[in-house]
Design a protein around this ligand. Structure first.
Ligand code: G3I
Length: 302
């Protein structure tokens, strides 16, 4: 196959991209995105600050621009993200305790009902664990409502849209030896044992010199899959875009039957949240980088 999406589809997987609504009017960007990918994540437009800027007033204008573009171009959509300590609107940042807990529940219900039946996977909770060696939860206003906030979010999400796969999504959880990975593993194991409705784990996979790719990522994916959840690579970008590292990540997903697919976090280097790392698959002029060819070859079976 000659595009990333079609090549991934040969094994029943997708190859997706993060889309920014305000770039869709750039024809180079939109042409590559429409041609190459068969899954879309909104880079910012489905986040809390974008979808509920005032309490009780939902706004899906930008989110629907991304969603409609994806559907019109034949792509499935990953929803990102419903409960997160970051990118909260001011009104939510100022809440605490039971009022914040209720606002989280109302937000999940409001966004998921708008997209009911239309989203393949939702990142229900994002980035709830602390960095470093503690293995603790991240301190946040949501965590301070009680550490059951994550399972409440998942139970709320299941009731709001039973057709969506419900994911927990985080970064620096790719290396099996890291404390953060182990903490996330214990949470997912506990959720599966107690019947908390979790279907998938998203590994963001923002690799850089401080948190480099390690080949034990495959072990991580296998160990989570063995708990009875799907896994996905949700925000892939690699500092310097080494072709062999990109191929290794793709091959790790292909090696795990419960790996649903791979999403890269932008189209061209200039579209990246960290463009100075030139981490993506396309040059700024829209031409394919060596990493693109390495990924395509891997998806086509090497
Ligand atoms: O839209 C405003 C614009 O109106 C304003 O003029 C401009 C000035 O700063 O800011 C614009 O908003 C920015 C937005 O991106 C859209 O470009 C925000 O400041 C900026 O903070 C925001 O950054 C996003 C970041 O999440 C915020 O946390 C990045 O685009 C986005 O790639 C990044 O994505 C996250 C994932 O959601 C979760 N995992 C990590 C990943 C990378 O940080």
């Amino acid at each position: 196959e000659s595009t990333l999406g079609a090549a991934a589809a040969q094994s029943g997987r997708y190859f997706g991209v993060a889309i920014a609504a305000n770039r869709l009017s750039d024809s180079t960007y939109a042409t590559i995105a429409a041609r190459e990918f068969n899954s879309v994540t909104a880079e910012n437009e489905m986040k809390i600050d974008a979808t509920q800027p005032q309490r009780g007033q939902f706004n899906f204008t930008a989110a629907d621009r991304v969603y409609n573009w994806a559907v019109q171009n034949g792509k499935e959509v990953r929803g990102h993200t419903l409960a997160w300590h970051s990118q909260q609107p001011g009104w939510m940042q100022s809440l605490s305790g039971s009022a914040l807990r209720q606002a989280m529940i109302d937000h999940i219900n409001g966004v998921m009902s708008h997209y009911k039946g239309k989203i393949a996977q939702w990142d229900v909770v994002n980035e709830a664990f602390a960095d470093g060696s503690s293995g603790a939860r991240r301190d946040s206003n949501l965590e301070r409502t009680g550490s059951d906030w994550i399972e409440v979010a998942f139970r709320t999400a299941r009731a709001a849209d039973p057709s969506a796969k419900l994911c927990y999504n985080d970064y620096n959880v790719e290396n099996w030896t890291w404390a953060k990975t182990q903490a996330m593993y214990r949470m997912v194991r506990d959720f599966k044992q107690r019947g908390v409705p979790i279907d998938c784990v998203g590994f963001q996979s923002h690799f850089n010199s401080g948190s480099p790719y390690n080949s034990n990522f495959r072990t991580t994916l296998q160990n989570f899959a063995a708990l009875g959840v799907d896994v996905a690579i949700t925000e892939l970008d690699i500092q310097g875009a080494s072709p062999s590292t990109y191929a290794a990540v793709v091959n790790d997903c292909l090696a795990v039957s419960r790996c649903l697919g791979v999403t890269v976090w932008g189209v061209r280097d200039s579209d990246s949240w960290r463009s100075e790392h030139t981490p993506l698959l396309f040059y700024n002029n829209g031409s394919k980088k060596p990493a693109y060819t390495a990924v395509l070859d891997a998806l086509n079976g090497g």
